[in-house]
Design a protein around this ligand. Structure first.
Ligand code: ATP
Ligand code: ATP
Ligand code: MG
Ligand code: MG
Ligand code: MG
Ligand code: MG
Length: 259
C-alpha cells in the first residue's frame, strides 16, 4: 500500500543491477590530480606519500567489502575486483560505485595528515565507474592493461624528470628528447646520462600496488571455485604486494582468486 500520493515518483528510478555471473571491476580516479599534485608540492615523478595514502584508502575499502577479491592501483587510480557471485546491494551499480567512491575519498581525507606534514589545500574527489568482465581471461587482461600502463607511464616519467631535474632541460626540450623513443632508448638515457638503472627503481613505482586476500597460514579452505561464507571471508588475511601480475605465475600461486 502506498504511504502517500507522492510515492509514485519512486517508480521513476531505474533498475541498474549488473549482469550476474560476471566480474565487476570498479575503477576510481582522482579528479584533476595534475593540478592537485602541484598545489601540494608533490615530488616528481613519484610522491611516495600520496601513493601510500592511496594504498591506505584502498586497504580500508578492501577491508570494508569482503566480496572484493583483489585491488590494483597506481598513480591516482585504483581498481577493485569483486567476486563473480557477489550479491551485495543486489549488484546495483549506483550503490556499489557510489559507496566505493565515497568511502575511498573519506579515507583519503581522514588519513591525509598521517602521510603529509602540510594541510590539505583543496578538496580531493574521485570519479568511479563499473566495468563487467565476462571471463577470467578478460579480467586478467584488464589488470594486465592497467599494470602495463603503470610501467609505460613510470618509465616515461622517470626519464622525463631526470632530463628536467638532473639534465636541466626545459619541459619542451625533455619532450623533444623523448619523442619517438622506445623503451630501450629510455633505459639507455637513464643509464648513460644519469647513472640510473631503471630496474633498481622501487617496485611500487614500476608495478603499482596489489591487495589480495589469502588464507591464514595453515588454512587450505580456499581452492578454486570454493564458495566461502561471510564468516570464512572475514578470516582471510589481506596482503599487499608490488609484483608482476601479467605473467601466469601470480595466478598459479593464487588459484582461489578465480571465484
Ligand atoms: P582527470 O580528472 O581527467 O583524471 P588528472 O589531472 O587527474 O585528470 P590523470 O590522467 O588521472 O589526470 O593523471 C594523474 C596525474 O597525477 C598525472 O599527471 C600523475 O603524474 C599525477 N600523480 C598522481 N599520483 C602521483 C604521485 N603519487 N606522485 C606524483 N604525481 C602523481
Ligand atoms: P542504508 O544504508 O540502507 O541507507 P540507513 O541506516 O542509513 O541504511 P536510512 O533509510 O538511510 O537507513 O535512514 C537513515 C537513518 O538515520 C534513520 O533511522 C534516521 O532517523 C537516522 N538519521 C539520519 N539523520 C539523522 C539526524 N540528523 N538525526 C537523527 N537521526 C538521523
Ligand atoms: Mg584521466
Ligand atoms: Mg585523475
Ligand atoms: Mg589517473
Ligand atoms: Mg542511509
Amino acid at each position: 500500500m502506498a504511504n502517500s500520493r507522492f510515492e509514485y515518483v519512486k517508480g521513476f528510478e531505474k533498475a541498474d543491477n549488473l549482469l550476474p555471473e560476471t566480474y565487476i571491476v570498479i575503477r576510481i580516479d582522482g579528479k584533476g590530480f595534475h593540478k592537485f599534485t602541484e598545489k601540494h608540492e608533490f615530488a616528481k615523478p613519484n610522491d611516495s606519500r600520496c601513493l601510500e595514502l592511496m594504498n591506505k584508502a584502498a586497504e580500508i575499502v578492501v577491508s570494508e567489502f569482503t566480496d572484493i577479491v583483489l585491488a590494483y592501483g597506481d598513480s591516482d587510480e585504483y581498481s577493485f575486483v569483486w567476486c563473480k557471485g557477489t550479491q551485495l546491494y543486489e549488484r546495483r551499480e549506483s550503490k556499489l560505485v557510489s559507496h566505493v567512491c565515497s568511502l575511498f575519498t573519506s579515507a583519503f581525507v581522514f588519513n591525509w595528515s598521517k602521510f603529509f606534514d602540510i594541510p590539505l589545500r583543496s578538496l580531493p574527489s574521485f570519479d568511479g565507474r563499473a566495468v563487467l568482465y565476462p571471463s577470467f581471461s578478460s579480467l586478467r587482461d584488464y589488470l594486465s592493461w592497467r599494470q602495463a600502463d603503470c610501467h609505460i607511464n613510470n618509465l616515461y616519467n622517470t626519464t622525463f624528470w631526470a632530463l628536467r631535474l638532473q639534465g636541466k632541460m626545459s619541459n619542451r626540450e625533455a619532450e623533444e628528447r623523448l619523442k619517438g623513443t622506445v623503451s630501450a632508448d629510455k633505459h639507455e638515457i637513464l643509464f648513460s646520462q644519469f647513472g640510473i638503472n631503471y630496474n633498481n627503481e622501487p617496485e611500487m613505482y614500476k608495478k603499482g600496488t596489489i591487495f589480495t586476500r589469502k588464507p591464514a597460514d595453515g588454512d587450505d579452505m580456499l581452492s578454486k571455485g570454493t564458495n566461502l561464507s561471510k564468516k570464512q571471508k572475514k578470516k582471510l588475511v589481506i596482503e599487499k604486494l608490488h609484483v608482476d601480475l601479467i605473467a601466469d605465475s601470480f595466478w598459479k600461486e593464487r588459484p582461489y582468486l578465480e571465484t
